[in-house]
Design a protein. Structure first.
Lengths: 775, 139
């Protein structure tokens, strides 16, 4: 077993899933479940080995590109493995849940391919050691989540939301790649482990790459001002939301900040940015979540809140803050995935997710009621849940920390208060009080859909109660890695009565009070308005991009042959001219021996000039064509005189065919004079003149420069002994360079087919147009 | 254009043109000529029919379709590359032992000639396809 095997196996299952699911749902469920379970156990074992203190993280690397720059390399650091465990563990529950959620509907068979591919990409993202490999997986999560968010593709809003998530996280990803490559060229390595070692050895990274990487992390983790895509991503089916929002997609940015924390910690400005944007995100998520009535929307906004809090804690960067961050993240992964699954189950059973229409479900769904309540307690930070442990450390850090941290206590208190009230609203309101649903209208729930909430409720409790034993080594190892230096920490469930505990009690009491006294009146429009500014700015950029590219396309690719030639010539002139200028205008010397040219070739020069003049000034296409053919014949004559009879013969025949073929269509074309206004003609003259001058200079330069010994004599010597031919030109064509010729005749064939298709299409479109529009 | 005179001329001139083109094709290995030039010349024999307004589809061999000629030509060119696989390598020339023939003198038959015949057919097919396409437009 190696670190990347689960990634490949999950991908394999993704590829097979459409057929497998359609053929046999049961075996798919069993094999998929066992596979996830196996992966979970494997990563748990690795995590235990690494965090036990003894083992160094596993690093493995193999070549997949013929370059040592981008390696297929993975490293099992504690921080990475912690994520791998969360991804496979919650992935298992989401997988089972999704099988139950979709039942045997036709949609299901196309659901698992993107879901499993997303999971594989997520695993690759957190385990990759090579930063470019990490980027590849990063983009793969963006692409697969695009398909997941837009899964209900008949809905235009879902498609728009999917594209929004893809564009924002994708752009951030590109910025991140630029940052990676800059750091890579700075330090000569693309490995994350080596980067951390560089920092430990005292190197300082420059600012620009850090900002770019942070941009990638902030877009992915929906931190202000990039947060508006996340609530929109709620248009995904519930299993996807549960997965994306708990342990995966939005945590990728948090993972990256953690993995490169020693780098970010070299710059107070970067950490400060995280603190400020994290605080704004946390507060915004809370306020906007407060006015929602849709269970999924409430959960989405609280996710924002938690992400903001994580960014804030990581930005504070002290070992205590990091410890709190890791615990909050773990707790959130468990309860958020569970609550999403519960929300989806309520939706399935009761047919609505609106919290105002829900109530009294405890009688019909007792198991779901209990597990939801336990999950909500964890979210609210009630002892002895995992959420409580996390919150305790958030407060403890505040009391023991620097002045800034103590000032933040008030802020964190408000956030936790709100989270608690919202937790109760999501997981308590639907079950309490009078039944609001028509008796008998509530559907029975599939057992598979219950597994997730129940398992995660139990996990939250067990991890909370046993946190001193289970989590101390793991969190210790992860925090040491993030901090970049060994941190000795102990996790305790009970700290005695101290300020942090009292504040916790205060949070619980006032949270309950808030929940009871201030029920939601539901004002989703407020959220829409608040995010409206960001949305419309995004839309402005999006529309501008579309308009700009269509304008560019209509200028560059307008279907007019002359403008294609203009752009092409202008570009060539610009590039060659720039090169010429950069190399300081090298002198061009005329080749000697002009007096040896016989008079008959000199005599061609005025003749050529006359016919060229006719070509460019005549208003008759036939005249232009014929005089151009004469120019071609004269050049063929020169070739023949210079000892290239093959070339001369070919040119002669090609000129002939050009005339014959062109004659057939010339009748239907407009007069030349009518085509271009004088100003365009001036431009054409300049371009043509420049092009001619450039080609002449190039030809002279090429003739004067000899960088390698001439090959012509060697080829002439080889021709007969090797290829039994005395005509070197032909031997080169059909023997020495036969592959080139093969390529050329293939191109000739493609060109002919292309001409035919163009012709047919233009005739077809002419026919389909109303007669008045055809010229 | 529909010229009786040209149509008769086409009938008499087309075959000599094809024979000359074949000769150019064969001698190309030692003297000016070869598949490309030969193919262009042979195509001009086809063009004579078109220019005179005669119906090429009733002119025997000259009614051949470009969609036959081009695959045939490409196929021959690729085929000629294969014997090399068993010898010196892909696309390396392979020859039969040379022998004497009346009129032609010493003859070397080998894969380069097959390749050149492939070029010959492809070029004829190319010109014919263009001409046919433009003819359609005209009608």
């Amino acid at each position: 077993m190696s670190l990347d095997l689960p990634i490949l196996l999950t991908l394999l299952l993704a590829v097979a899933s459409p057929w497998w699911f359609a053929a046999s749902r049961t075996t798919f469920l069993i094999v998929g479940g066992l596979l996830h379970g196996g992966h979970l156990l494997y990563y748990l074992g690795q995590l235990a080995a690494v965090s036990g203190g003894g083992d160094a993280p596993v690093r493995q690397s193999s070549e997949w590109f013929p370059t040592d720059l981008i390696a297929w390399s993975f490293s099992g650091t504690p921080w990475s493995l912690l994520f791998a465990v969360m991804i496979t563990g919650i992935g298992l529950l989401i997988f089972l849940y999704a099988v139950g959620y979709f039942g045997s509907s036709a949609k299901a068979s196309r659901f698992f391919a993107p879901l499993l591919a997303f999971e594989a990409a997520m695993l690759g993202l957190v385990l990759a050691d090579d930063s470019v490999l990490l980027f590849l997986f990063w983009e793969l999560t963006s692409i697969t989540s695009f398909f997941l968010i837009g899964f209900n593709h008949e809905d235009g809003k879902a498609r728009w939301n999917a594209l929004q998530a893809l564009l924002i996280t994708g752009l951030g990803g590109v910025a991140m790649l630029a940052g990676f490559l800059m750091l890579g060229s700075e330090w000569g390595t693309l490995s994350l482990t080596d980067w951390r070692a560089e920092i430990a050895a005292g190197s300082l990274p420059s600012m620009a790459p850090l900002i770019l990487i942070l941009l990638g992390a902030m877009t992915k983790s929906a931190v202000f001002p990039f947060f508006f895509w996340l609530p929109n991503a709620m248009s995904a089916p519930t299993p996807v939301s549960g997965f994306l929002h708990s342990a995966t997609m939005v945590k990728a940015g948090i993972y990256l900040i953690g993995a490169l924390h020693p780098l970010f910690a070299t710059s107070p400005a970067i950490l400060g940015t995280l603190v400020v944007t994290g605080s704004i995100t946390a507060l915004t998520g809370l306020i906007l979540g407060w006015v929602q009535t849709d269970l999924k929307k409430i959960l989405a906004y609280t996710t924002l809140s938690i992400l903001g809090m994580l960014a804030l804690l990581l930005g504070l960067g002290t070992p205590e803050a990091l410890k709190a961050a890791v615990l909050v993240m773990l707790g959130h992964a468990c309860y958020k995935a569970g609550l999403f699954m519960a929300a989806g189950a309520i939706d399935k059973a009761a047919g609505t997710r609106d919290v105002r229409e829900l109530g009294g479900l405890r009688a019909v769904l007792p198991v779901l009621a209990v597990s939801s309540f336990v999950l909500a307690l964890s979210k609210a930070g009630f002892p002895p849940s995992l959420g409580f442990v996390g919150k305790e450390y958030v407060y403890k850090f505040g009391f023991g920390g620097p002045v800034l941290a103590q000032a933040l206590l008030v802020f964190l208190f408000i956030i936790n208060l709100g989270l608690m009230a919202l937790a109760l609203r999501v997981a308590f309101t639907p079950f309490r009080g009078e039944a609001k649903m028509v008796p008998g209208s509530v559907k029975k729930l599939n057992g598979l859909m219950m597994a997730g909430p129940v398992a995660l409720a139990v996990a939250g409790l067990v991890l909370g109660v046993l946190s001193p034993q289970l989590l101390t080594p793991v969190v210790g190892a992860a925090v040491s890695q993030i901090h970049g230096a060994p941190v000795d920490l102990v996790i305790k469930l009970w700290h005695g009565v101290n300020p942090a505990f009292l504040l916790s009690l205060a949070t619980l009491a006032s949270g309950w009070f808030l929940y009871q006294k201030w029920p939601s009146h539901g004002n989703p429009n407020l959220a829409a308005r608040a995010l409206g500014g960001f949305e419309s700015f995004y839309k402005l950029c999006f529309d501008g991009l579309m308009k700009g590219s269509s304008m560019l396309t209509s200028h560059l690719q307008n279907g007019d042959l002359r403008s294609y030639l203009r752009w092409f010539f202008a570009a060539v002139l610009l590039l060659v001219g720039a090169k010429w200028w950069m190399s300081g205008f090298p002198a061009i010397s005329l080749p000697g021996g002009a007096d040896e040219v016989p008079w008959i070739e000199w005599a061609l020069v005025p003749a050529l000039a006359v016919f060229l003049w006719v070509t460019v000034t005549t208003s008759s296409r036939i005249f232009a064509l014929l005089s151009l053919a004469v120019v071609g014949l004269a050049i063929a004559f020169v070739f023949a005189r210079l000892g290239a009879p093959d070339v001369a013969l070919t040119l002669l025949l090609v000129e002939t065919f050009t005339v014959i073929l062109f004659m057939r269509i010339v009748g239907g074309l407009p007069q030349l004079r009518n085509i271009a206004p004088p100003r365009e003609r001036l431009l054409d003259i300049l371009l043509a003149g420049g092009m001619g001058l450039m080609m002449t200079l190039l030809a002279l330069k090429v003739a004067a420069v000899q960088t390698h010994p001439s090959i012509s004599n060697t080829l002439a010597d080889w021709s007969y002994p090797l290829a039994k031919g005395k005509n070197v030109v032909n031997v080169i064509l059909v023997d020495f360079r036969a592959l080139d010729t093969l390529g050329e005749i293939v191109v000739v064939t493609i060109a002919a087919v292309g001409v035919r298709l163009l012709w047919k299409n233009s005739r077809a479109s002419e026919k389909s147009q109303p007669p008045s529009q055809t010229p | 254009m529909n010229s009786q005179l040209l149509q008769i001329a086409a009938r008499f001139l087309s075959w000599p043109l094809v024979i000359v083109s074949l000769w150019l094709l064969y001698r190309g290995h030692n003297l000016p000529g070869g598949g490309f030039i030969g193919g262009l010349l042979a195509a001009s024999a086809f063009m004579l029919f078109d220019l005179s307004g005669a119906d090429r589809s009733k002119a025997g061999v000259f009614s051949v379709s470009p969609f036959v000629l081009m695959p045939l030509g490409l196929g021959l060119a690729v085929l000629s590359a294969l014997p090399g696989l068993f010898g010196a390598g892909f696309m390396t020339g392979a020859w039969l032992p040379g022998f004497e023939l009346p009129l032609l003198g010493k003859v070397h038959l080998g894969t380069p000639l097959v390749f050149d015949v492939g070029v010959y057919f492809t070029v004829i097919g190319f010109i014919l396809l263009l001409a046919d396409t433009l003819n359609e437009k005209e009608s």
